[in-house]
Design a protein. Sequence first.
Length: 494
Amino acid sequence: MKVNKILVITLTLILCFSIIVGAQEPVKTVKPIKEDITIIEQISGKITPNKVVNLSAEISGTVNTVYVSIGDKVNKGDKLLEFDKSQLLIQKKQSEAVLKAAEANLAQLKNGATIEDIKTAEANYEQAEISLNNAKDSLKLIEEIYENKTSLKQQLINAEMQYKNAQQQLLATEERLNQTTKALKQAKVGVQQAKNNLDQTKIDYQRMEQLYKEEVISENQFEGVNLQLKNAQSAYQNSLLQVENAKSSIESARIAKDQAEISLNSAKQLYELTKETYNNPTQLKQQLQGAKTQVEVAKVNLKIAEINLNRVKKGAGEEQIKAAEANLKQAEAGLEQINLQLSKAIIFSPINAHIAVINTEENEMVGAGSPVIRLVDLNKLNVETSLTPQIRSYVKSGDKVDIIIKNDKKRVIEGKISTISPVINAQNEAYPIKIEIIGETDNLYPGTFVDVEISKQRAHKAITLPINAVIDLETFPYVYLVRDNKAVKINLSV
């Protein structure tokens, strides 16, 4: 800390100007003057804003929009930053669905189970039984493989052959589908041809029928035309049947293709699993443990399904209704929690202030608790500095001080000590204080260093004399006092 002392020597006697021993010049004397004096302590300080607010993210997420820039002036309630809310909105929908399910479950328990509920519970129980049996079968298979590792190579060969056969089968079904598609196109062409032939035969029949009535042709000739018409009608009906058969063949081919794809996927998965097991036998033990776990899980699920089936058939008891009510409250709390997080997805300014720091940007992932924006209140400015223990006792809260600004030109503004820490700062062994700037704050900025003049001591009508009248000021100060026309040495204490 820079401390400049302005020292004024106070005397209780009339003092004279100092003389130099052995000097040849005439001795000059001066009379002390009575005046008010003040001992000033000058210390350095720094201008700080009235309030600094560090805003942190209360949720984790991606920053969607930053509405402000550094230096902007904002009002209380202004939007500063907004997180991407898409995931939260999805969670809200899920929570709303959970809440509706909880409400429906509670209402169902109070109203009793329906026939449909009983059927559903029975179906769930049957499905749980099937799952348990499948899990046991899988466990048995893996146990056999685990116990007989020598068969892994043969199993891999078999799995590879099944995989290749499934590929060939898929190709065959695709070819069959292509052939049936072509057959359908040909059948449609046949329908059109049969229809054209039928239309022409009908015209010929009508013409021959008229000729027969006019006895131009014989009955045998007319019967021949009639037979041609019947044949044309039969051919048209057969062509329609061929189209339907072709459509049916296409559908059958598609089903066969779908089945072949399923078989191929299953064979592929089996082949990859067998290959992985063969290449990395250490994973077989993990698979065995996983299969055992699946069996245990299936047993638990079956037990749950059984309990649920019995409960549905029996009807809800008081404890179940209480549990459902608790689940409903939990679902409500979950939705409230999501709404709370949504409310925290937008950060608003809590005060009228300026933007000092922005620690994030749009599309950046921010964790909960991370500082994102710093606000400073510049409506009032303070000076922060410290007092040494030597001058602490001379200062109290409310004292007025002079603040010396040295930017473009030197100017002095008034300040008032607002706070004094009761505890010394161990780093600089001084007491932190805050000074409120009372005067004009135009062209004053936080971070600027200033000097502060603090009045240490005051004396009213003290007897004073010029500093150069004191001899040996730094060690053992003294002056000469004229007494009976003689210079008398008088020691001083500072």
